[in-house]
Design a binder for this molecule. Structure first.
Ligand SMILES: [Mn+2]
Length: 363
């Protein structure tokens, strides 16, 4: 099969770097985004160019609007779909987007996303980034493995993980997502930096990974160790809270209202919970009030034959809100007063969507 590097979109990304300089790298604030920014910046530096600024982002950040005066003219966005507003805000600058979410209209920006050419294999941005630059930074394969597992990509990309694990003598276990190992541990430690220290923690993590020469060195970093110790304590408490307060609707969807002060932990906890025995095959929905006009909704549907972005699109025909993501992992924002309406509409649309999908598979 054709390598990603040989595609015209990949060549356009490389040209974007070769023809410009002083890049501002915007990246998603999870370990996949952080790792993507690390691989990209190392490649940029190897090509003799410079990174002007790093900027960790999330969609709430896009909604608020970013003061662009701190950033250079050449912007690269990793592991996020740019919003229309973001593209407009960047109109006087050059934008390159490297992403793996749903394909959307990118305007005139340089854009690469495997889904553009119909490759719907789940390819976290870390792996996409590594495949773009593996001739320039081949030594970063172990770094890519961390971000890939962080985005639950170990199941689909098992051969990549197994190859890297063998090369560095990392012991793998037989869990489905290949996350119960030192790569997964490193990914959790990186996410802990964001959990404990927010935006600046993510930025610090980029620096720590860039200066680590090995997986062992990264795992022994004191800053990462103390962040993950604290985070694990909080996650344990929230896990207990979920067990006590979850609400099951129609044997299909577990809803949980999360305390706003725990919102950072809830988006971390939801993925491992959804992979646990009792919850795999169900839909998990965490709802957190962010402010007086926004309720954030995190959704996981591991082991469910569903397309969450479609479910959300249908739901938002009848209620105000925005959302999207992957088939089995999505997020949305609604108005706090619509919480109950959302629950019942989402439940109905989810049931319809599962039925539609099973009809496609078994005509
Ligand atoms: Mn990602």
């Amino acid at each position: 099969m054709e390598e990603i590097r040989d595609r015209k979109e990949a060549k356009e990304v490389l040209d974007f770097i070769k023809n410009n300089d002083n890049f501002s790298i915007f990246y998603h604030l999870d370990s996949d985004g952080i790792i993507s920014a690390v691989i990209l910046s190392e490649a940029i530096e190897k090509l003799g160019k410079s990174v002007y600024a790093f900027r960790v982002s999330n969609y709430e950040d896009f909604e608020k609007g970013i003061d662009m005066s701190y950033f250079s003219d050449n912007v690269i966005l990793c592991d996020m779909q740019p919003t229309k507003d973001f593209i407009e805000r960047l109109s006087s600058r050059k934008l390159c987007v490297i992403d793996h979410h749903e394909v959307i209209d990118q305007g005139s920006s340089v854009y690469i996303n495997p889904k553009m050419w119909g490759d719907n294999t789940y390819t976290p941005c870390s792996l996409l980034m590594y495949k773009l630059f593996d001739d320039i930074v081949p030594e970063l394969d172990w770094v890519a493995a961390i971000g890939l597992i962080g985005d639950s990509g170990g199941k689909v990309n098992g051969s990549f993980i197994k190859g890297v694990a063998k090369k560095y003598s990392v012991k793998l276990k037989d869990d489905e997502y290949l996350s119960d190992n030192d790569f997964g541990l490193a990914s959790n430690m990186i996410n802990s930096m964001t959990l404990e220290y927010g935006r600046s923690g993510a930025e610090e993590a980029v620096g720590i990974i860039k200066s680590s020469n090995s997986l062992k060195g990264l795992l022994e970093n004191h800053r990462l160790i103390s962040a993950s110790t604290n985070a694990n304590k909080e996650l344990g408490l929230l896990r207990e809270y979920f067990e006590n307060r979850k609400e099951l609707y129609d044997e299909l969807v577990y809803f949980l209202d999360v305390d706003p002060t725990k919102k950072r932990y809830s988006s971390t906890l939801i993925t491992p919970v959804s992979l646990e025995k009792g919850y795999y095959g169900k839909i998990i929905v965490f709802m957190t009030k962010i402010n007086s006009h926004t309720l954030r909704v995190n959704i996981r549907a591991n082991g469910v034959n569903i397309k969450l972005p479609q479910v959300l699109r249908e739901t938002f025909k009848n209620i105000r809100g925005t959302g999207g993501g992957h088939d089995m992992a999505a997020a949305a924002a609604i108005r706090p007063q619509d919480e109950n309406k959302f629950k019942s509409l989402f439940l109905e649309e989810a049931k319809k969507n599962i039925n539609q999908n099973s009809e496609i598979r078994h005509p």
